[in-house]
Ligand binder design. Sequence first.
Ligand code: ADP
Length: 191
Amino acid sequence: MADSGKVMRIAFGERILVITGPGDITREQTDAIVNAANSSLMGGGGVDGAIHRAGGSAILEACKEIVGRIGRLPAGQAVATPAGRLAARHVIHTVGPFWGGGKRGEPETLASCHRESIRIADELQLASIAFPAISTGAYGYPVDQAARIAVGSAVKALEKTTHVREVRFVLFDLHTFEHYANAARSLAATP
Ligand code: ADP
């Protein structure tokens, strides 16, 4: 699937934003992939289940250790674990907002997921990171709105990194890809 999808690349100075799909994030070869986790960090459905299945038990073991240390992960925050059998070296787990109509701080929480994940990747001195469409599945965030927030906050964070040079969005279906590609196009067109 990853080989037959569409790819859009936009350069921001020396940094690059890549929007691609349909694609499976578990096959990405970026230094880190981001997991749309839930606060328990114990795995779940959707992309979370796919990442744990493909990466193996090393990811869950590391998640258990983190929860033992800091407790449940609040929405908008992020933590890193090894990536087990995945091609990526790290999984950055972040908890997206559950859509409750848009007036419960959902946009700020979703922006924080992207900002925090990129900050952690930069702290780990990684060059590339791949995101799925956080919150747009089981958490019900309207995909057009999520795309604008996700791409906007990722590019803003990318402009300030020391090590991260590439942010990719790997979208599971064409419909989601089109929304993220449109959001990236409008952002690039805005002076
Ligand atoms: P959330 O609970 O944050 O909404 P989901 O996993 O339910 O997370 O959905 C988030 C997005 O991830 C959806 O667009 C879903 O289609 C997509 N997705 C599911 N599996 C994968 C995968 N293997 N690679 C990339 N995206 C995926």
